[in-house]
Structure formats: C-alpha cells, structure tokens
Write a protein that binds this ligand. Structure first.
Ligand code: GLY
Length: 318
C-alpha cells in the first residue's frame, strides 16, 4: 500500500500538504515532506480544529498553487475540505478515504462542513476535490462496526438508484471492491447532474432525514450507519403509506439489514419530528422526504425529488 500511495503522491506534480488521520498514520506509517497529523472522528469537526489546521498549514508556508491531500475517514475529509475551501480563498484538495463510508460518500461531491452546538454540518461550503484516490488495503484494518457504517450507505445507493446493486448485496454476488466502485460511480453521476444539491442530489438523503434526527436525539452517541439503517426502514414505510412502494420491498430491506445484523432503533415519533424540524434540509418549517417508487427508483415530480410530509402522517407510520 505504502509504495502505491507514494506513487500516487509522486504523480501529483505540485507541492502537496498532507493532513492525515492519526490512526492511519500510526497504522501505516505514512511519511511525507509536509505532513500534519490530526485525530479523526466526528469530534474533530469544530471551529477550533479548523483554525488549528489552517494555522499549521500557513506556518508550513502553504500557497495558493499547492494541493492539500486529506487522508482519513469522512469527518477528517469534511473538515479538511472546508479548510481548503476558505484558506487563501480556496486551495485545491484531494481526498484519500480510508473507511468504507468515506470511500462511498464523503470523498466525493464536495460537501464540506464542521459542526456547531446547534447541529451537525451547519457551517460549510461546496468545494469539489480535484481528485479522489481509493486504496482498498486501508479496509484491511477497518473495524467490523465501521464496515457496517459504509454498508448502510451502499444499501441506500441500491434503494435510490440501482436495483441490480441492491440485489448483488442481497445475494452476496459482488466483491466489496465492485460494490465500492459502483457506489462511487452512482454518487459521481448524481453529483455531476446536481452539484449544488437543488434537485436529484436530494435522493442521497434517503434514510437521512430520520437518521440525522435519531443521531441528534441520541446526542450523537448512536453511530451514523445505525441511525441511517433505521431511517431507511422508516422512509421506505412512508413511501408505502404514500401509495408508492410495495410492502414486499420493505420486507426485502428488513431482511437485508438483518443479514448484516444492523440493530434497528425504536423511537418516539413526536420527539423525532421535533428533531427533524431542526435539520438544515427543511424549508418553510416543513419536513421533506425522498420517497421510493420501488427498490432502485425514487419518486420524481416535475424535477422535484423531495416532498413535504405532514407531521400527522409521520406519527401514523408503524
Ligand atoms: N451525502 C449526501 C451528499 O453528498 O449529497
């Protein structure tokens, strides 16, 4: 891995500044001329850490024509991408995701952000990485639970965009590498159509309206993938309630989540609704949902992909 990664770095014909997650640095012994090692995880996404990284890069002499290479999980990529978006009014950056979740989500699409005491990802910018380098050997050291975090997103891609991918996961007929590459292709295709998240990109939020609210209600102690898995079930049940999807598809989803041993959460829907109202994706005090016609196909009406659902409807979902 180290030599392939070094070859990749050498192929960047500009001065590079690496920001590497400590865990990865310790495991893989990454060395480079300009390197900053920082912790990873959700707690790193703070204003203070942004300032720390900015000052450290400035102290090392970074200039506008240089490239920042972010090596780590999704949280580190979100933070470093946001640093890159504002430092010297914008510096190019490259993502090197080291978790399954980051490979299929945060490393693509240019959503960068930090958290605030008022909620997750409330300060950020769209800043597209100029490249994203995947090395599957990073997954060799990925804990089982982190694998599930990524699988929740992969299952989401199957649900909203690619029935064949969903079936390959169900039948265990595709290799992990194939699944990752297909998921990245799907995200790239959707982001290319709607980089600023005004239409079709909303489908990537399937399961996340409920998922983010569950994370909030659990003070972010509930892992993202587990929250999203419960969100996928709820939002598919809502799609059935709205007359779009069949209960057979919900049974298939539940069976698949059981196969991977996702723990599904039970929750109070009234509390959930008040948490959902705080989400930045809401508009005009209403909570919007992506709905499924069937596995692999979302509801689209006149170019819109998410729809306001009254609270009484949400409360009635079993
Ligand atoms: N993670 C959802 C998106 O990038 O749009």
């Amino acid at each position: 891995m180290q030599s392939r990664f070094s070859d990749f770095l050498a192929s960047i014909k500009r001065k590079t500044y690496l920001v590497v997650e400590k865990k990865i640095h310790d495991l893989y012994g990454i060395h480079a001329d300009n390197i900053l090692v920082i912790p990873g995880g959700e707690l790193v996404k703070t204003r203070q850490m942004k300032e720390f990284v900015e000052d450290a890069l400035l102290a090392k002499g970074i200039s506008k024509s240089d490239v920042i290479v972010a090596v780590g999980g999704g949280s580190l990529l979100d933070l470093v991408g946001f640093v890159a978006s504002t430092l010297l009014r914008g510096i190019d950056f490259i993502t090197v995701p080291t978790t399954l979740l980051a490979m299929v989500d945060a490393s693509i699409g240019g959503k960068t952000a930090i958290n605030t005491p008022y909620g997750k990802n409330l300060i950020g910018a769209f800043h597209m990485p100029i490249d994203s380098y995947v090395d599957f050997t990073f997954l060799d050291t990925l804990p089982e639970e982190e694998f599930l975090m990524g699988m929740a997103e992969v299952i989401k891609y199957g649900l909203v965009f690619d029935k064949q991918l969903f079936e390959e996961i169900e039948n265990k007929s595709a290799s992990l590498e194939k699944i990752v590459l297909r998921s990245r292709e799907i995200k790239q295709e959707i982001v290319a159509k709607d980089p600023m998240d005004k239409g079709i990109r909303h489908i990537l939020n399937f399961g996340h309206t409920v998922g983010h609210a569950l994370e909030f209600l659990h003070n972010y102690e509930l892992k993202h993938g587990f929250a999203v898995a419960s969100g996928l079930v709820f939002e598919l049940a809502l799609s059935i309630h709205e007359g779009y999807c069949s209960s057979y598809d919900l049974d298939r989803l539940k069976e698949l989540l059981q196969m991977y041993k996702f723990p599904l959460q039970s929750f109070c829907k009234k509390l959930l609704y008040s948490a959902m109202l705080k989400d930045k994706k809401n508009r005009d005090g209403e909570v919007y949902f992506v709905l499924l016609h069937e596995i692999g196909r979302c509801v689209e009406k006149q170019g819109k992909y998410s729809f306001p659902i009254p609270k009484e409807t949400l409360w009635s979902i079993a």
